[in-house]
Write a protein of this length. Structure first.
Length: 524
């Protein structure tokens, strides 16, 4: 097949080039070579895509590197070919509308000759470069709330890139230079029951790309963190396996590049680019459902990558079975690996996400004092998805900053600041008092017995459940819970520990606690 022949040739070129680049530090050599993707071999030239601007600058500015590569090309191919580099980050795709019906016929690549290279075309192709931009985030669902403040996560600007010199001994892996969002990492992804399994699968992929979870299909409704997890995989692979070529792309960009390359009669470039990478990650794959020509190319790309044990990661808000416009063969490809389902995070996880957002603010040396009731209120009220929760957080902190209330955010102020975002009925507040009230009525005992000293199991067990919930559900501090139950804080620690273990080994306790949590947040 064409792409793998070229790939093979390129591997030989790199091996040859290595002999001439021994003066380079290993890390720099690895970084340069892992950033280069062979795209096409013409009668007078070889076209190489460069995934990182920094590497392109380096090759342009360091004659030793460009000469090493150029000489290797000549040696391996047996005759001179000009090395033409294209920076994926600099070139732009003209995404003007193209009538896809005009290009629906799948393009069949001419067979690729084996080395020594025979001219494959009479004319020189006008070269066109696909572009891999930072992911485009698409808000498909109608915005449930108006979130005027700036997004919490920003990608560092490319202008901050620097060109290290050849003398550098240790070239750090700067993730901001790749097409992955460096802000999306495993260590800032909050896990809970709703996403523990996808998180585990994602970590496995990051450690063993091309292993058991291939393709990894991350499924879940909008705003639950699929894109975050996908980029976290990519970032971790770049760290764990720096030689691997990782491509993360939205389905929109995948399609635009495909349409554009076909329009310019350069399907070959498309194929070589996408089939010469080690990890292909496509966000929101469901958007490709209605694109006939792209689907065929997607299928071919899939086959080639999977047959060569390359890793594929997809995200989608639709299950493969429900994407009826994809043919069976493609759907079964999606299902062949592992489907990880994301669910809406529960209250505890939402509180943990809120706290992780606070942590991020603390790291910027911002002093914020916010009481637990406020955190619980936001986590309860903005439960639709994580993006909505983040929006509420941003709005609250932004408003408090203007009002100079950052150091005294209480429940009343929180309700006032977020009033414009709350469209639904007010939710029930969950706090120590509401937990005590609910647990007493659930177990049909008097509140004074719940709080009292009687040791009979009919009172002691509900009491320990209530103490556990104050910690687990709303993250109250042990001293505060102790004060509310007129106990020592070690009693609360003991109760928390006991119920945690009980939940692990006793299905009935597990079911009961889940039911109480669910009822507490939905009824009075
Ligand atoms: N578990 C989590 N921990 C930390 N942040 C999260 C978590 N889940 C989601 N987020 C954050 O929520 C925001 C929305 O997540 P993301 O864009 O990954 O969702 P998505 O499922 O891909 O949505 P869509 O289907 O609309 O593309 C991001 O800023 C992400 O960092």
């Amino acid at each position: 097949m064409q792409s793998f022949d070229l790939n093979n040739i390129w591997e030989h070129i790199l091996q040859e080039a290595k002999k001439n680049m021994q003066h380079l530090p290993d890390a720099l050599y690895l970084r340069v070579t892992s950033s280069l993707i062979p795209m096409s071999l013409e009668s007078h030239s070889i076209h190489i895509g460069v995934m990182q601007t920094f590497v392109k600058n380096l090759i342009d500015q360091q004659p030793q590197i460009s000469k090493a590569l150029q000489d290797a090309i000549t040696t391996v191919i047996g005759s001179h070919r000009d090395m033409v580099l294209f920076d994926f980050n600099q070139e732009s795709v003209d995404t003007t509308f193209v009538d896809e019906s005009l290009i629906d016929t799948p393009v069949v690549a001419p067979p690729m000759p084996l080395p020594p290279i025979v001219e494959e075309k009479a004319h020189q192709e006008e070269f066109y470069t696909p572009v891999y931009q930072d992911p485009v985030y698409i808000d498909r669902a109608p915005a449930p709330v108006e979130i005027p403040d700036e997004p919490m996560v920003t990608t560092p600007k490319k202008s901050t890139e620097t060109t290290p010199t050849l003398q550098s001994d240790n070239v750090p892996v700067d993730l901001s230079l790749s097409n992955l969002n460096p802000a999306y990492r495993f260590d800032n992804y909050v896990t809970g029951n709703a996403n523990r399994i996808p998180f585990g699968a994602a970590q496995n992929v990051a450690e063993f790309p091309g292993g058991d979870y291939n393709p990894l299909f991350i499924y879940g409704p909008s705003g639950l963190g699929k894109t975050h997890l996908m980029h976290a995989i990519g970032n971790a692979i770049k760290e764990n396996h720096p030689h691997m070529k990782v491509m993360s792309i939205t389905s929109e960009n995948f399609m635009n590049i495909f349409v554009e390359t076909l329009q310019r009669n350069q399907g070959k470039l498309f194929r070589n680019t996408f089939r010469n990478i080690d990890v292909l990650m496509i966000d929101d794959i469901q958007f490709l459902e209605s694109r006939e020509s792209t689907k065929t190319e997607l299928f071919n790309t899939f086959n080639e990558l999977l047959n060569n044990n390359k890793q594929i990661v997809l995200t989608s808000d639709t299950m493969p079975n429900d994407m009826e416009q994809f043919e069976d063969r493609l759907r079964s490809r999606f299902q062949a690996g592992y489907i990880a389902t994301m669910e809406n995070p529960d209250l505890e996880t939402r509180i943990a996400i809120f706290r992780s957002l606070l942590e991020r603010e603390y790291k910027k040396n911002r002093i914020i004092r916010i009481d637990n009731d406020s955190i619980n209120y936001v986590a309860l009220q903005f439960s639709e998805n994580v993006r909505v929760l983040q929006g509420a957080f941003t709005k609250l902190i932004g408003t408090a900053s203007i009002d100079q209330r950052l150091e005294s955010i209480d429940l009343e102020y929180t309700k006032h600041a977020l009033a414009g975002l709350v469209h639904t009925e007010e939710v029930n507040m969950v706090n120590i008092e509401s937990i005590q009230n609910f647990v007493s009525s659930y177990f049909n005992i008097k509140k004074q017995d719940l709080l009292g000293k009687k040791r009979k199991a009919q009172f002691a067990f509900p009491r320990q459940i209530a103490m556990y919930l104050c910690r687990d559900m709303i993250n109250e501090s042990y001293p505060q819970i102790a004060a509310a139950f007129s106990r020592d804080h070690t009693t609360i620690l003991h109760a928390y520990d006991k119920i945690t273990k009980e939940i692990e080994k006793n299905e009935e306790t597990k079911r009961m606690v889940a039911e109480i949590k669910q009822k507490l947040t939905t009824c009075g």
